[in-house]
Design a protein around this ligand. Structure first.
Ligand SMILES: Nc1nc2c(ncn2[C@@H]2O[C@H](COP(=O)(O)OP(=O)(O)OP(=O)(O)O)[C@@H](O)[C@H]2O)c(=O)[nH]1
Ligand SMILES: [Mg+2]
Length: 227
């Protein structure tokens, strides 16, 4: 049984297209939207489109939204759960092959940094941030994964159980925690190439404050002073 978890904050211009494209690519898929009380009607649009929508009013953060959504999916009996951004950077046409790969792995990572993968139309600054984050993850946490920051993934129910300990990774650092825990528990990870497109509508939620929080978390994780 396949599911897709989409964290959203003010993605009204993108969510309708995304839900439609997910359904065009995967039959019988449960779409779970975790919305942190968007002001632009994202949750209402997702509900109208037939997604299972959870609106959180007293918590915020990409990582905690993903953890919440992945746990909900497991509760619903879904055994292979994709996560993807709502901003159309992650092309739903990769979902069938990623779900297929997930039948033999606990984590499938849609990777921009292996052969066949790439990023289209990202500004230099954004490329440097992404490459730098991956460099630090490999250096400090000895990750063998090339694209540790990608949010386009498929988790098995077993992987979701293992990453439930990522409680201290409430923001963008959740992606790093999840890869780290899955590798530490000797679960199988595969990377498949994806072509990533920059968002055309809506705005990025990645701020310098969130990047600083990300860095501090990764340092603490490498020193073993957080989980
Ligand atoms: N529920 C929830 N979703 C979030 C939060 N922050 C970001 N998101 C969603 O997470 C996804 C990724 O966020 P983006 O702002 O696109 O961040 P990014 O893709 O790392 O960066 P850009 O390249 O700048 O787009 C999008 O679907 C956002 O709407 C949050 O605090 N809560
Ligand atoms: Mg984005």
């Amino acid at each position: 049984m396949f599911g897709v978890v989409v964290p959203t904050y003010n993605e009204a211009d993108n969510i309708k297209v995304l839900i439609k494209e997910i359904r065009e690519n995967v039959k019988d898929v449960t779409i779970i939207v975790i919305d942190d009380n968007s002001e632009d009607g994202t949750a209402e649009i997702a509900k109208e489109m037939g997604a299972k929508v959870f609106v959180r009013t007293n918590e915020k953060g990409l990582g905690s939204a993903l953890r919440f959504g992945l746990n909900k999916a497991v509760e619903l009996g879904i055994t292979r759960i994709a996560t993807m951004d709502a901003d159309l950077s992650h092309d739903p046409s990769y979902l069938p092959s990623m779900f297929n790969a997930s039948l033999n792995a606990d984590l499938v990572v849609g990777s921009r940094y292996i052969e066949g993968g790439r990023i289209e139309n990202w500004p230099l600054k954004r490329r440097v941030i992404s490459k730098g984050a991956n460099f630090l993850t490999k250096l400090l946490l000895h990750s063998s994964i090339q694209d540790n920051t990608s949010g386009y993934r498929v988790y098995s129910a077993r992987a979701v159980e293992v990453i439930s300990s990522c409680r201290n990774a409430g923001g963008y650092e959740f992606q790093i925690c999840a890869v780290y825990k899955v590798l530490r528990n000797h679960l199988k990870v595969v990377e498949v190439p994806i072509i990533f497109r920059d968002r055309e509508k809506g705005s990025s939620k990645l701020s310098s404050g969130k990047m600083a929080k990300w860095l501090w978390y990764v340092i603490k994780l490498s020193l073993g002073i957080t989980s």
